[in-house]
Ligand binder design. Structure first.
Ligand code: ADP
Ligand code: GLC
Length: 485
């Protein structure tokens, strides 16, 4: 099948979160399964054009309600081995800025235009490439208009057989805009209705996609259930129940080339489940880097995360003092987000320099070191559609401590069960998290064999994309059947 991925992010080129990792990895697994997959993304200002990139000579014409806009298309590949074609849409006015969604003062004020334009440009690029896909697979709110376009302006002619698959990576961000942008999109007025793009008088792009896509997926089976309920549905549970027969949860895998402790060049030393010596080296370097007491017997709890309400790290912030003063553990936090959370962890590091280390910012290389050098990995999310951090951690022998929600519940097997890989807690209360942390420390101190067993189970668990790619192939087939009747 011919499949076009439309996404605002793609790793390793431009990334804010796990969405980039998925779009950078799943297409490779689909290509390996024999599909003709291609990926399209905006050429954001932070992207440096590689020497082997080619700019197409043809102009990319993008029709809008304000006349045709002229863009261009860059061409490269996702990686040298898989050779999945990757295109970047260049349009100065919307995408030359460094940040994808937010500037220093909040969300970009023209996000509606930027991503309506990108959605249209993605489809128009296929004309330029003379390549019309069987399936357009789009991701999260920024591409929510694509399924709506396919059901309206692109319903007939060459696009009549093209199905849409829409993946929800995070239901919290829905793309909520004034309907004034309708004119710019050129969409017919009828799509602005209750069972479509309209929500309380405004446009809701995610809702539009839910109603218009041929199939909807989300990134874990448990999250697929949670979002159908009022408590997990962010106001869209009704729409998701209505389209429930078309909604499926498929667990994310991880890119085993980019996240391989035995070869990872960002770690500084390598290791595998059969030889963990390198892990001790990474741990010692991490302790040095953060100025912590250099002690191999002290367990390190690691965090690599966006610091927002979703991630529940405020729970951790409220128990840091107890952790630091116990003298039984160290904590390393890499993250950025809400200012108060950043300050809270920075202050904890200033108060307890020998046991708490904090780095505020986004740093890919350091992320690998924290994950590789830590013994435990904390992810107390309030909700977590899938979560990649805990999966990387398990791969790198860092035992996850997570809340039982969404993809965390689907990927971490609790201590006490066969093939256990980590610790889970139920309610988002600091004391529940702290209980698990101290349980982990006790096991570290008194049951090293158990620590080793948890580690081995995590490192050897199947996290490849292959199984999920098979499930997506099936969904693509169902979507095409639905589209072509
Ligand atoms: P989400 O997409 O909700 O942020 P995931 O666990 O799916 O959560 O993916 C997060 C990804 O972003 C992981 O690859 C993680 O390592 C990375 N990440 C998060 N914060 C940082 C940071 N400050 N520096 C480097 N990488 C980060
Ligand atoms: C979102 C979710 C995260 C998921 C990622 C990739 O950012 O918050 O749980 O792993 O998308 O699907």
């Amino acid at each position: 099948m011919k499949i076009l991925f439309v996404s605002p992010e793609v790793a390793p080129f431009v990334k804010e979160g796990g969405l980039a990792d998925v779009v950078g990895a799943l297409p490779k697994a689909l290509a390996a399964a024999g599909h003709d997959v291609r990926v399209i993304c905006p050429r954001h200002g932070s992207l440096r054009v590689g020497t082997e990139w080619k700019r197409r000579e043809e102009v990319l014409y993008v029709p809008t309600g304000e006349g045709t806009q002229f863009a261009s298309l860059w061409e490269t590949v996702l990686d040298d081995e898989a050779k999945v074609p990757l295109y970047f849409v260049e349009y100065e006015e919307y995408f030359s800025r460094g940040e994808i969604y937010h500037g220093p003062w909040g969300a970009h004020g023209d996000n509606d235009r930027r991503f309506a334009f990108f959605s249209r440009a993605a489809l128009e690029s296929c004309h330029l490439l003379d390549w019309i896909p069987d399936v357009v697979h789009c991701h999260d709110w920024t591409t929510g208009l694509v399924p709506v376009y396919l059901n309206t302006l692109y319903r007939f002619g060459p696009w009549s057989g093209t199905a849409s698959v829409y993946t929800i990576h995070n239901l919290e961000h829905q793309g909520n805009f004034s309907p004034e942008i309708m004119q710019f999109t050129q969409l017919p007025n009828w799509v602005f209705q209750e069972s479509g793009l309209e929500s309380m008088g405004r446009m809701n792009w995610m809702k539009g996609a839910i109603y218009h896509a041929n199939k909807i997926t989300t990134v874990s089976p448990t999250y697929a259930e949670e979002i159908r309920t009022p408590s997990g549905g962010f106001g869209l549970d009704h729409a998701l129940r209505f389209k429930g027969g078309d909604l499926l949860g498929i667990l994310n895998g991880i890119d085993l080339d980019a996240w391989a402790p035995q070869t990872d060049p960002l770690l500084g030393a390598n290791f595998s489940s059969s030889d963990l010596t390198g892990k001790s080296t990474v741990k010692a370097e991490l302790q040095r880097k953060f100025g912590l007491a250099e002690n191999p017997h002290m367990p390190i709890f690691g965090v690599v995360s966006r610091l927002f309400h979703q991630k529940g790290l405020d729970l951790l912030a409220s128990v840091v003092e107890r952790m630091a003063t116990s003298g039984r553990m160290q904590l390393v936090v890499l993250g950025s987000g809400e200012q108060w959370e950043e300050e809270s962890f920075s202050q904890a590091a200033a108060r307890h320099p020998e046991s708490v280390g904090t780095y505020i910012g986004f740093n890919e290389a350091l992320a690998h070191k924290v994950i590789g050098g830590s013994d435990f990995f904390v992810m107390p999310s309030r909700f977590e559609p899938c979560g990649l951090g805990q999966q990387y951690a398990m791969r790198y022998g860092s035992i996850p401590i997570v809340r039982r929600t969404g993809g965390l519940a689907d990927t971490v097997v609790p201590v006490g069960e066969e093939n256990a890989t980590g610790f889970l807690f139920n309610e988002p209360h600091p004391h529940e998290l702290l209980d698990r942390i101290f349980e982990a420390v006790s096991i570290w101190e008194y049951a090293p064999d158990e620590v080793h067993r948890l580690r081995m189970n995590g490192m050897n668990r199947d996290a490849s994309w292959e199984r999920s790619a098979r499930e997506y192939s099936q969904v693509y087939e169902w979507a095409v059947q639905a589209r072509r009747g």
